[in-house]
Design a protein around this ligand. Structure first.
Ligand SMILES: NC(=O)c1ccc[n+]([C@@H]2O[C@H](COP(=O)([O-])OP(=O)(O)OC[C@H]3O[C@@H](n4cnc5c(N)ncnc54)[C@H](OP(=O)(O)O)[C@@H]3O)[C@@H](O)[C@H]2O)c1
Length: 277
């Protein structure tokens, strides 16, 4: 029997944050399978790499303007004749002390990383529900289970996104519309380089130690192509719900330990891991 191909299930896809990192790997994987991809970045020039690529349409989208993001998405969906697959991937981190930095910093991050993906996700699911099929992939994080110190806004946004994915799974149960709550561990991308950092205040040296740990982990982590291959397999078997991807330890062992070990163990091991005395 011939192996199933993605285009038998998904002919069109919308991928946010396709200019680099995980989003780029997802878009590459889909194009290689013959799926038509609408990929986004904040600046069209960052999508020059896709210029002339058959099947790719560049879209300018900034998470910071949620209402405009909805309009941009709706326009692209109309052009595509509806999306079979939407990957809510774009995102960034803010590394700062929760108590020392302005509340606006955190509100902004939650707005960009939670509210806007929810706006796009809702529109995507409405379109899929009308057509009776499709899949929404919300790119969350292992940070839902292992929150990263000094990235509280990020942790909150990802936890909210995962909670929304699960809520939608209940509301869409029994239909052919699926939601995948994708939780990557660390992947070698520009994520740390692009993060907004504010290491100051009384906790400066603690923050520096945590940052060094984050840098070291990311440098030693798998390439985004692995996440794309895991996602491809999950899409082909029409997976729904949580999907973990990453190193063996982060994607398999750590979540298992979380499930069976007491919360105090997780807290103590996280503290030790980040050198937080
Ligand atoms: N790398 C990891 O270890 C890791 C682990 C868990 C989860 N994740 C999640 O995976 C997703 C992709 O991250 P990545 O590692 O691939 O990071 P990355 O290499 O920094 O890529 C981020 C992508 O998001 C876009 N983006 C950033 N801020 C945006 C904004 N305000 N509005 C619109 N687009 C924006 C960027 O596009 P521009 O060209 O416009 O900058 C870029 O395409 C994120 O949601 C991240 O939280 C990553």
């Amino acid at each position: 029997m011939a192996a199933p191909v993605l285009t038998s299930l998904y002919k069109t896809a919308f991928v946010t944050g396709a200019s680099r990192g995980l989003g780029r790997a997802f878009a590459e994987m889909l194009l290689a399978e013959g799926v038509r991809v609408w990929g986004t970045a904040r600046d069209a020039r960052r999508l020059d790499q896709w210029d002339q690529r058959a099947g790719f349409t560049a879209v300018v989208l900034d998470l910071r303007d949620g209402a405009l993001a909805e309009t941009v998405f709706a326009r692209a969906a109309e052009q595509a004749g509806g999306f079979d697959l939407v990957i809510n991937n774009a995102g960034y981190g803010i590394f700062a002390d929760a108590l020392e930095s302005s509340a606006d910093v955190w509100h902004g991050q939650i707005e960009d990383m939670l509210q806007t993906p929810l706006r796009i996700g809702r529109l995507a699911l409405r379109g899929m529900a009308m057509r009776g099929r499709g899949c929404l992939v919300n790119v969350s994080s292992l940070a839902v289970e292992f929150p990263i110190p000094y990235m509280s806004g990020y942790n909150v946004a990802k936890a909210g996104l995962s909670a929304w994915s699960e809520s939608m799974a209940y509301e869409l149960a029994g239909t052919d519309v699926a939601v995948i709550d994708l939780r990557p561990g660390d992947f070698r991308t520009d994520f740390n380089r692009a993060a907004e950092r504010a290491e100051r205040g009384v906790n400066r040296s603690r923050m520096q130690a945590v940052w060094l740990r984050l840098e070291a982990t990311l440098d030693a982590s798998p390439l985004p192509e692995r996440a794309a291959a895991d996602l491809r397999r999950a899409l082909l078997r029409r997976h729904r719900g949580v999907l973990r991807t990453g190193s063996f330890f982060q994607a398999r062992l750590a979540p298992l330990l979380v499930r069976f070990a007491p919360g105090s163990w997780r807290f103590a091991s996280q503290r030790k891991y980040f050198g937080l005395k």
